[in-house]
Design a protein around this ligand. Structure first.
Ligand code: AVI
Length: 325
């Protein structure tokens, strides 16, 4: 194991309060069909499971996206320009970010934003050691909610948001447009968005990506119930729910659900939630686009698509958008 000197890091904390989690979970479980927000996957355990998903061969996204980044990093750096303030939405373990940090040597500062506090602290500690001289300003927040951007010591010529991994695919169409519009306004004029967008492909490939044989994706999905048990005094029996993921061709999205294997009643504190046998909790959508579809959405949100990089099979794209706001 690599040993690292630990450094103190200051965290800008706008993390959602526990009562938001409770409120959203209860309102989701009272809906018909039942639904839970996928942002709550990422507690410490969930973030670790997601890191494991990212090492699975069938979950092609990190592998293909990293290959695109590595192949075209010079072009990306050229387009982003100099003295950039780099803000990352959903920084996670920052693996792909390092490709940018290695090349963008005159960065003014790097602002990783993530909802998972423990992972954010751990990763920031590593970055300040590995990139001495780089100002790292970590923000713990749900980036779809209100948060303030920390002010770096130096002035930047442009703000660029890095939003990799096709996390944009986890938003439904209207929230997608709203989020992109918000980014275009907040970081414009002339602000950039370097974004990973997963593309439509053979449904079999998608099926295997979200139904791995080792059961890691299933464990990631079920961890949401474990988290509810841990944090909201729930009594979900994990053996009575099953991971179910499929590609919905008409909607162009992979859907993840948790299916109740029997008629049962679950408690969250003193609240009772009934489940019929076969009833589902819809936990995640992962939209896949073709290049024209995404261009339309980006343009409607106030961006110009400046450049699109893809792999040979056109499975994934990294796109550089510039705010016209
Ligand atoms: C984070 N997000 C882009 C992943 C996805 O592919 O939608 C989350 C994930 N869900 C299941 N596997 C991975």
């Amino acid at each position: 194991m690599k040993s690292r000197k630990r450094k103190q890091v200051q965290l800008y904390d706008f993390s959602p309060r526990q009562d938001c989690f409770r409120k959203e979970v209860l309102s989701g479980l009272r809906k018909s069909p039942k639904k839970l927000p996928c942002k709550y996957f990422y507690d410490e355990q969930g973030s670790r499971l997601f890191e494991r998903i990212c090492t699975l061969d069938k979950y092609y996204i990190p592998r293909v996206e990293t290959a695109i980044m590595e192949a075209y990093i010079e072009e990306m750096v050229e387009l982003l320009g100099q003295r950039v303030l780099l803000v990352e939405y959903g920084s996670g373990d920052c693996t792909k970010t390092r490709i940018l940090l290695d090349r963008l040597r005159d960065l003014v500062a790097y602002v990783p934003i993530d909802i998972s506090r423990e992972q954010l602290l751990r990763v920031t500690e590593e970055l300040v050691v590995d990139y001495p001289g780089l100002e790292v300003l970590p923000v713990c927040a749900d980036y779809t909610s209100e948060f303030e951007l920390p002010v770096p010591k130096q002035l930047s010529t442009r703000k660029v948001v890095y939003f990799p991994g096709s996390t944009i695919g986890n938003f439904d169409p209207i929230p997608t447009k709203n989020l992109l519009e918000h980014i275009a306004k907040r970081y414009g004029p002339n602000g950039g968005l370097l974004i990973g967008v997963d593309l439509k492909k053979d449904p079999q490939v998608l099926h295997h990506a979200y139904n791995d044989s080792q059961g890691v994706t299933a464990a990631f999905n079920l961890n949401l119930l474990e988290r509810i048990n841990r944090e909201l005094n729930g009594d979900f029996n994990l053996e009575w729910f099953e991971h179910y993921a499929f590609y919905n061709t008409r909607e162009g999205r992979v859907e993840m659900h948790l299916i109740s294997l029997r008629e049962q009643t679950v408690h969250l504190g003193n609240v009772t939630i009934p489940f019929a046998k076969g009833e589902s909790i819809w936990t995640e959508s992962s939209y896949k686009y073709n290049l024209d579809e995404f261009k339309q959405i980006a343009t409607a949100a106030g961006f110009k698509v400046e450049h699109v990089w893809t792999d040979e099979q056109q499975w994934f794209s990294v796109q550089y958008l510039v705010s016209q706001e």
